[in-house]
Design a protein around this ligand. Structure first.
Ligand code: HEM
Length: 154
């Protein structure tokens, strides 16, 4: 009979570093917070100060996520990620890899679509209320509708 010690997979000494772990949790918390704000702000009817305040906070959080996502991608391009446990079936390794790629795509696509949506709606983003950011595209009704869908579905 196989002993418990032999059945337990060997512990990995490889770990993500403090920078990767820090960025992971910071981006995760900001995305969850931004998602929650996005959800409740769109439920507030009409245009009232609270709604405008929430929309601004939502955009600032989203732009921060985008900046951190760039840092994260740079970190990932210059550091080797820990390898998957050797006992993990190949299909699970593939699924994990695919999920990582998808999360990277969403980490960029959601804030970028939100940013471009604002531009297409003719609204400039003023980061933290002090730094006006460039309006990349001019007002465009058709594009605005597409970007809104991409943002919401993302
Ligand atoms: C991680 C980043 C982001 C997440 C997770 C996120 C998520 C969301 C969610 C869940 C909604 C509500 C959708 C609905 O129920 O109708 C929303 C709406 C919106 N977001 Fe974002 N967002 C992000 C970044 C941004 C950025 C960077 C901007 C602009 C600079 C932005 C602009 C908007 C706008 C203007 C709306 C209102 C859309 C409407 O009129 O229905 N978002 N977002």
């Amino acid at each position: 009979m196989e002993s418990t010690a032999r059945m337990t997979p060997p512990a990995s000494t490889e770990r993500y570093g403090a920078t990767a772990i820090g960025l992971h949790w910071l981006i995760a918390l900001l995305m969850i917070g931004g998602f929650y704000l996005g959800w409740i702000m769109t439920d507030i009817p009409g245009i009232m100060p609270t709604k405008l305040k929430y929309v601004s906070w939502h955009k600032w959080i989203g732009v921060t996520v985008l900046l951190l996502a760039v840092l994260r991608l740079l970190w990932r391009a210059t550091h080797k990620a820990p390898s998957m446990p050797s006992h993990m079936p190949r299909w699970q390794q593939g699924a994990a890899h695919l999920t990582h790629v998808l999360l990277y795509v969403l980490m960029f696509a959601i804030p970028v679509s939100g940013y471009l949506f604002s531009s297409a709606a003719g609204v400039q983003v003023v980061y933290l209320g002090v730094l006006p950011l460039p309006t990349i595209i001019g007002p465009d009704k058709a594009l605005k509708a597409v970007l809104r869908l991409v943002h919401i579905w993302g």
